[in-house]
Design a protein around this ligand. Sequence first.
Ligand SMILES: Cc1cc2nc3c(=O)[nH]c(=O)nc-3n(C[C@H](O)[C@H](O)[C@H](O)COP(=O)(O)O)c2cc1C
Ligand code: SF4
Ligand code: SF4
Length: 227
Amino acid sequence: MNAVAFYSNTGQSRSVAEYFAEQLSYPIINIENSSDDHYENLVLVFPVHCQNVPDIVKAFLKTTKIKNLTVIATYGRMCCGNVLREIQNRYRQSIVAAAYVPTKHSYLAQDSAFSDYDKLRPIVEKIKTPAAIILPRLYKNPLANLFPKWRSRVGLKIFKNANCNGCNACGENCPLKAICEGVPSSECIRCLKCVTACPRHALEIKIRLPLKLYLRKKKSDQLIIYT
Ligand SMILES: Cc1cc2nc3c(=O)[nH]c(=O)nc-3n(C[C@H](O)[C@H](O)[C@H](O)COP(=O)(O)O)c2cc1C
Ligand code: SF4
Ligand code: SF4
């Protein structure tokens, strides 16, 4: 089976996945609901979280057999880390193409989404004639592995406002089941899927000073493609 699979909390990776699904005429699947565990050609699109591969993506790669894998990491123009090479090292999948795609940061409302889709065309062509590639190692901050989820929790607060009616759409959409009726638990990784999913716009965020200062740093807008 061929497919485009995505993991996406605020829609950026999903938009990139939709581009590949349309160009390749592959079905598109959300890895949170996927039941197949074997693919001939798979394009996997996911966000960089704290310069790391999200746990859900790691679990998917661990249990899924893929003959030809294309990996696309979207990142919020801060630092993409070394996630694609980490995937190649850890899961030894045969990677045929890869890219780091700069896009809107989940925490920055004023950011613009990725729009240079024509530049992804070489990846589409490579998928049609797959051959394995070796990915180079990129810079990753040596502190990136130090309690990343805790750092996210400390950096950003999620709270509900008076619009909340207790429908619990937030809890049903949370990939970690880490929120109930608008109140996040200590398992929350601040991916903001619940904020996007709330039909009443009842969830708000407050970015604390250290994260605010970090997000003001010089942005990187580099689209990096490997074919
Ligand atoms: C918890 C968390 C950690 C993030 N860490 C990084 C990061 O280390 N570097 C970066 O450039 N962007 C980072 N981002 C931004 C996302 O990678 C980026 O906005 C991505 O495109 C979101 O994809 P999605 O909308 O498909 O979830 C982070 C976002 C979240 C929610
Ligand atoms: S989805 Fe929104 S309105 Fe529904 S319980 Fe959660 S925060 Fe409240
Ligand atoms: S509760 Fe936390 S982990 Fe769950 S969707 Fe919301 S931000 Fe993401």
